[in-house]
Design a protein around this ligand. Structure first.
Ligand code: ADP
Ligand code: MG
Length: 576
């Protein structure tokens, strides 16, 4: 047992609370969405656990979320009969910030002005703590199944919280918000969080698809009825209370595509994935075949700020007949598609096997293959039909696709036509296909040049002859580009050739009439070359007369085999 104790929040939590308490973020109504989504997650958890351990439910199995606005105490209560929390879990989940995203949020907020700060709140979805945007005191009372006692946690968001044991009859979590005055006496009805009407519309707006009923009491005045059920018109009205369910609960993805508005898709996306802006693209399909499933996928408009640093986690949720099974299902999509968010719902996923086994099941593999296919198809269509949109996509995720090309042997071939590169042709990006389409017919290789940017590449002495002959060169500015090019090796029988590597064999395209000349020059200057070689002994492999230079006197090139100059640079940087 624990007696009432006052504890300090972890430093980072304090910072976050400080921000929430003083927030001038205009969209403060999202606290309700956050708390409802936590309640729903908690019910998901117990519902899933109870499939293999029915006793957990303690006979309380009508899952629901209950909202109670109280005008006498100016409090709003959000109660669920979900998984609840033990003391340790409360301290762990509520007192500290475990999510790395929230930590980064704080870093950013520290450096941002208050305007940017407010944008950040929306961007990161700070969950439970958003309650402090509208409440001066938050009380959380919770009991996990099987626990004799509950836990009461309370804080005014001032840096400390109290925690003590308490009685709680029903399993689950109850959160009581003592609202700040402006939120129960606001002139703006939409900011009065004790108003049934406001709460109802917020639930409709943000939480309509939540799969458990979100209920609220409504006071009703009714005239009494007589024995035959007829209203007695002249009797005094009777006060009654009616419980209503505010949300429609039908999971969006089970409805027909034609009945779903763009806005509904966007709300679900923001809700489920804590996103703050509309997605770039949506894929919604029902598939019948070896495995039957419905999928709803989103391509976020922006990659997360830490997308290229962190470990790969996918954002795909699994459901079976609308019942949530798991988050972040691994192995469903190849790693290079880890930016895709969404869900798969299939009656063929068995709820009664462990998540680990499910994760490796045949059905899941099959679904994963199909998902990859349809995502790539969507991208291909975007590339062909809406180039500006695809370039937005490319800006955000191009690197992931390129990583797929070099790291994912199985997907390499499917990805090559999705790649975009800058080139000497114009300022625009080009596909390899378009690039090859512009080549002289007898050009056998695809030339590419690596460098920091366009200016650096165009200054390369190696570029001179190609520019002179009007031969188009792909530019590789990103360090992963060359890995991708190397992995592909060739495109439709045309090998990739670095302009900084070995000899540029330009004869085939009639651009080289100087080979003989070069040979003669080499003979004439034999003594000079020998002297230079002697001077650079141990530093270069060979010294040659070249036909590739126009205005520069010398250039460094890589041999025909071995690693390239730019890779050498990357490798030596990695060793630092
Ligand atoms: P997130 O939901 O993204 O994990 P939150 O800040 O919203 O972050 O919640 C933090 C954690 O607190 C949750 O992950 C969960 O473990 C716990 N929690 C919050 N609300 C509830 C609840 N109603 N029932 C059980 N656990 C909860
Ligand atoms: Mg949450």
């Amino acid at each position: 047992t624990i007696v009432k104790e006052t504890r300090e929040f972890q430093a980072e939590t304090k910072q976050l609370l400080e921000l929430m308490v003083h927030s001038i973020y205009t969209n403060r109504e999202i606290f309700l969405r956050e708390l409802i989504s936590n309640a729903s997650d908690a019910i998901d958890k117990i519902r899933f656990e109870s499939l293999t351990n029915h006793a957990l439910l303690e006979g309380n199995e009508d899952f629901e979320i209950f909202l109670t606005p109280d005008e006498n105490t100016n409090t709003l209560t959000i109660a669920d009969n979900g998984m609840g929390m033990t003391v340790d879990e409360v301290v762990e989940n509520i007192g500290t910030i475990a999510k790395s995203g929230t930590k980064v949020f704080l870093e950013k907020a520290k450096n941002a002005g208050s305007v940017a700060e407010n944008e950040l709140i929306g961007q990161f979805g700070v969950g439970f703590y958003s309650a402090f945007m509208v409440a001066e005191k938050v009380t959380l009372i919770t009991r996990a199944p099987g626990q004799a006692k509950g836990v009461k946690w309370e804080s005014t968001g001032d840096g400390t919280y109290t925690i003590e044991e308490c009685k709680k009859e029903f399993r689950g979590t109850t959160i009581v918000l003592a609202l700040k005055q402006e939120f129960y006496s606001s002139e703006h009805p939409e900011e009065n969080f004790l108003s049934n009407y406001t709460l109802q519309s917020l639930v409709k707006k943000y939480s309509d698809y939540i799969r458990y009923p979100i209920k609220m009491n409504f006071n009703k005045e009714e005239k009494p009825v007589d024995a035959e059920g007829k209203v007695i018109e002249d009797a005094a009205p009777k006060q009654t209370v009616e419980v209503r369910t505010l949300n429609s609960m039908t999971p969006l993805w089970t409805r027909a595509k034609s009945d779903i508005t763009q806005e509904e898709y966007h709300q679900l996306y923001k809700n489920m994935f804590h996103a703050w802006e509309d997605p770039l693209d949506i894929i919604h399909s029902k598939v019948e075949g070896a495995v039957e499933y419905t999928t709803l996928l989103f391509i976020p408009t922006h990659a997360p700020f830490d997308f290229y640093q962190r470990e790969a986690t996918t954002g795909i949720r699994l459901y079976s007949r609308n019942v949530f099974i798991m988050d972040n299902c691994q192995d469903l999509l190849p790693e290079y598609l880890r930016f895709v968010k969404g869900l798969v719902d299939s009656p063929d996923f068995s709820l009664n096997i462990s998540r680990e086994l499910l994760q490796h099941s045949q059905q899941l593999k099959l679904v994963g293959k199909n998902l990859e296919k349809s995502i790539l198809k969507t991208l291909e269509t975007m590339l062909n039909k809406d180039r500006p949109k695809y370039e937005t996509f490319w800006q955000e995720y191009g690197r992931a696709i390129k990583t797929g090309v070099y790291a994912d042997y199985n997907s390499r071939d499917k990805l090559k036509d999705l790649l975009l590169f800058p080139s000497s042709h114009s300022e625009e990006l080009t596909t390899i296909k378009d690039h090859v389409g512009r080549m002289p017919e007898n050009q056998k290789v695809i030339y590419y040049a690596t460098g920091k940017d366009r200016v650096a590449v165009e200054r390369l002495p190696q570029m001179e002859i190609l520019k002179d002959k009007g031969i188009e060169v792909l530019y590789l500015f990103d360090r992963v580009d060359e890995f991708a090019i190397d992995a592909m090796h060739e495109y439709k029988d045309k090998k990739f050739q670095s302009v900084s590597r070995g000899d540029l064999d330009l004869e085939d395209i009639g651009a080289d009439d100087s080979k003989k000349e070069t040979a003669e020059l080499a003979k004439e200057n034999d003594a000079l070359i020998k002297a230079v070689k002697e001077q650079l002994k141990g530093k270069v492999v060979d010294v040659k007369i070249s036909n590739r230079l126009k205005s520069s006197a010398v250039c460094l090139v890589s041999g025909d085999s071995g690693i390239s100059l730019s890779m050498e640079q990357i490798l030596s940087e990695m060793q630092k």
